[in-house]
Design a binder for this molecule. Structure first.
Ligand code: BMA
Length: 355
């Protein structure tokens, strides 16, 4: 009797596991990884660095510490225009391949999207044209916008292993809305319109059959952040799996540290209340002029807070000032190796063994 009961239990567990969507599997895995430490991430890590571009098998972070980042970020900007390359010149075909490779090495992928302004035809940094309201049902560009999101859905559904299994990713639409620079930002819509817009986007993706996305909410940091301000644009627990913040070093070291700690305290409280994870979804110090910045500013945050990951922004090949990650030619390389050596910091090889 007992044996029968146990077999039935095992069968139930198996069936339940099999019923999990890729999204649910990734959420579970992120929690398991979270129990072991904090992942290090880098935007566009395997496709270019400041001194090279498009080589395969290269990565500035790996050339510094010997391992790939645990989290890799990629951007879909310009996919909506049917371009073969994204806004930074990376072919979408290449992104698809690197997503698969990162998944195969046991790493995590996060995806952002800087689409063109659907009303004015300018890039994402054009806040004019009332584009959020015009994109919603009843708006003048609703059909166009809807077709753009379907293109994103098609791309997300095309992320597969060689065996044809979907690769789960963290998708963080409409980031940094608390700033006024993007057409979906605070200068271009009300918080309620934003929340509607976020939900509308996720609903289209789900209707299109996307079930491999963990949804992330990522406002930009605010100097005097409060819970009310941080949560102002929150589209609801049903639409968000992970909380995040984009925060860059401006001003003094102390002001950055106060600011990032404040953001983390707020996210920790809100995330813990909801049994969700939280992350530093973008960070960096332009050109990293302080050689010990990674151990002086980033490592303490990784040790003090139970964040899921920290993602350093890109080392651009095309813009000298868009340089935020370690690289062999940078003065911060030694210091980054110290961060790498700390047992709480997780890179690709560390997370590979965590199921
Ligand atoms: C921004 C900048 C831009 C870039 C975009 C998408 O933050 O780095 O130069 O085009 O991200 O990667």
């Amino acid at each position: 009797m007992k044996r029968l009961f146990l077999s039935l239990m095992a069968l139930t567990v198996t069936v339940l596991l099999m019923a999990d969507t890729p999204r649910e599997q990734l959420i579970r895995r992120l929690h398991n990884i979270h129990a072991k430490g904090v992942m290090m991430g880098m935007q566009d890590a395997p496709v270019y660095g400041t001194t090279w571009k498009w080589d395969e098998g290269r990565c500035d972070m790996k050339e510094v510490c010997g391992d790939y980042p645990a989290v890799m970020g990629f951007d879909l900007g310009k996919i909506e225009l049917d371009s073969e390359k994204n806004l930074d010149g990376v072919p979408f075909e290449r992104i698809r391949k690197e997503v698969r490779l990162q998944h195969e090495r046991g790493g995590i992928i996060t995806i952002s999207w800087h689409p063109w302004n659907p009303v004015t035809g300018e890039n994402a940094w054009d806040p004019s044209g009332n584009a959020v309201v015009e994109s919603l049902p009843g708006g003048s560009v609703n059909q166009k916008f809807h077709s753009w999101v379907v293109k994103v859905a098609d791309f997300l559904k095309s992320l597969k292993t060689n065996e044809g299994q979907l690769v789960p990713v963290i998708f963080r639409p409409w980031h940094e809305m608390s700033g006024g620079w993007f057409w979906w930002g605070c200068k271009s819509c009300t918080p309620e319109q934003y929340r509607q817009f976020f939900r509308y986007t996720v609903d289209i993706l789900k209707t299109e059959g996307v079930d491999n996305c963990v949804w992330s909410y990522s406002p930009g940091a605010d100097r005097d952040e409060t819970i009310e301000r941080y949560m102002q644009y929150y589209p609801g627990d049903e639409y968000v799996d992970m909380l995040g913040v984009d925060i860059y070093r401006y001003g003094t070291h102390d002001s950055f540290m106060n600011n990032i700690r404040l953001e983390c305290e707020i996210m920790r409280k809100e995330a813990n209340n909801r049994n969700k994870l939280y992350a530093i979804t973008e960070t960096g110090y332009r050109n990293t002029p302080q050689n010990d910045w990674f151990t002086a500013a980033i490592l303490p945050v990784m040790l003090e807070f139970d964040i899921s990951y920290v993602l350093l922004w890109r080392n651009a090949w095309d813009q000298a000032e868009e340089n935020f990650s370690p690289a062999p030619e940078k003065g911060c390389a030694d210091d980054f190796r110290k961060l790498y050596a700390h047992k709480r910091t997780l890179f690709a090889k560390d997370v590979k063994v965590i199921k």
